[in-house]
Design a protein around this ligand. Structure first.
Ligand SMILES: N[C@@H](CCC(=O)N[C@@H](CS)C(=O)NCC(=O)O)C(=O)O
Length: 330
């Protein structure tokens, strides 16, 4: 249910209140809403009191986060594989990506709910979730893991450091550059803070399930491992990436903890290419879509709908992406 009050829109889920336009509520204040609902079956009024809490991260502070990544980033660049479009040692790439997957245990591997969203599995249906993130960010990873577990499709807008398009959108919509940032067009909610996003997604689409404590707390313990192991891949915009957005829809079948799919997502991020992420964890209802598209259950599977390119071979996908979406070619 949603309502308008004091120049802001609010959405009430079964146990939370969200402000949909990111307007700032002063830290010292608590907002209390009282309203009545008329019950359809017996016409009696139910009184509802909703209270915003000061710890609610829907009250954004104006400060830009001082991220551990800002210190780690130059260090990782020093040891990283350098130019992502250049020759790569694929044995090493796969080894580090596999270790990264192991470090995240079972999170983001399989679907744990029969999600309410996307009941009709059709890749042409509009997607209501938009996630602004970058691959190397541990907080964004936890949200992507939750999305695999909830079997949700999402439009991903990569926001690497040096971004020329998507960071600006986040600043305009949410007020500051902080990732992850989620927009849910179903409810009109937009929000920062990974743990709030994960809780929100489970509340909205978890069919009564709650996120596991492991998923919520894991970022502190193992969240940085993939970032370090992958030497900061999926963190910074590739210097020769095309300045224009892709002319057509890009679609990736993936699940968060798949080592090969991670390497493709890193490249999409370094090229700042928005794409439809079709999560197909173990037990996903979307498996049929993948089978129809590729004839196999293997991920990653990538489709560029404009050019017709499609492939399930991560090396071929990388080569295609860095050639097609390089500023030198377009
Ligand atoms: N508490 C926040 C932390 C988010 C955060 O610090 N994100 C970093 C990236 S890992 C960020 O946005 N850094 C600013 C930047 O990259 O410009 C959450 O859990 O979402």
């Amino acid at each position: 249910m949603s309502f308008h009050c004091s120049n802001s829109n609010y959405v009430v889920t079964h146990n939370s209140l969200y402000c949909t336009n990111n307007s700032r509520i002063p830290n010292s204040s608590t907002l209390k809403f009282k309203f009545k609902l008329k019950c359809a079956t017996n016409n009696r009024f139910i009184k509802i009191v909703a209270k915003s809490s000061n710890s609610d991260s829907q009250q954004p502070t104006i400060t830009t986060p001082t991220s551990f990544l800002s210190f780690l980033c130059p260090l990782l660049k020093l040891f990283s594989g350098g130019d992502p479009s250049g020759q790569r040692n694929f044995a090493l790439e796969l080894a580090t990506s596999s270790l990264a997957s192991i470090s995240r245990f079972a999170w983001g591997r399989k679907s744990v709910v029969d999600s309410a969203l996307n009941k009709d599995m059709d890749s042409n249906l509009p997607i209501s979730l938009q996630l602004f993130e970058f691959e190397a960010c541990p907080f964004c990873r936890r949200v992507r893991e939750a999305m695999t577990e909830l079997d949700l499709s999402v439009e991903v807008y990569p926001c690497p450091k040096g971004s020329v398009r998507h960071r600006e959108l986040v600043r305009k919509t949410g007020g500051r550059e902080q990732f992850p940032f989620l927009i849910d067009q179903n409810s009109g909610v937009s929000m920062y803070e990974s743990s709030d996003i994960v809780k929100y997604l489970f509340e909205q689409y978890g069919e009564g399930r709650s996120p596991s404590l492991g998923l919520l707390e894991s970022t502190i313990f193992t969240g940085w491992m993939p970032t370090i192991l992958r030497a900061g891949r999926g963190m910074t915009l590739w210097e020769r990436s095309s300045l224009d957005p892709p002319p057509g829809k890009l679609e990736l079948f993936s699940y968060e903890n798949n080592p090969n799919a991670r390497i493709v997502r890193e490249a999409l991020c370094e090229l700042e290419l928005p794409y439809i992420l079709q999560n197909v964890g173990e037990g996903s209802r979307r498996m049929k879509l993948l089978l129809d598209a590729s004839g196999s259950k293997e991920v990653p599977y990538f489709v560029d709908h404009k050019t017709g390119f499609q492939s399930g071979d991560y090396k071929m996908i990388l080569s295609y992406l860095f050639t097609t979406y390089s500023s030198a070619i377009l």
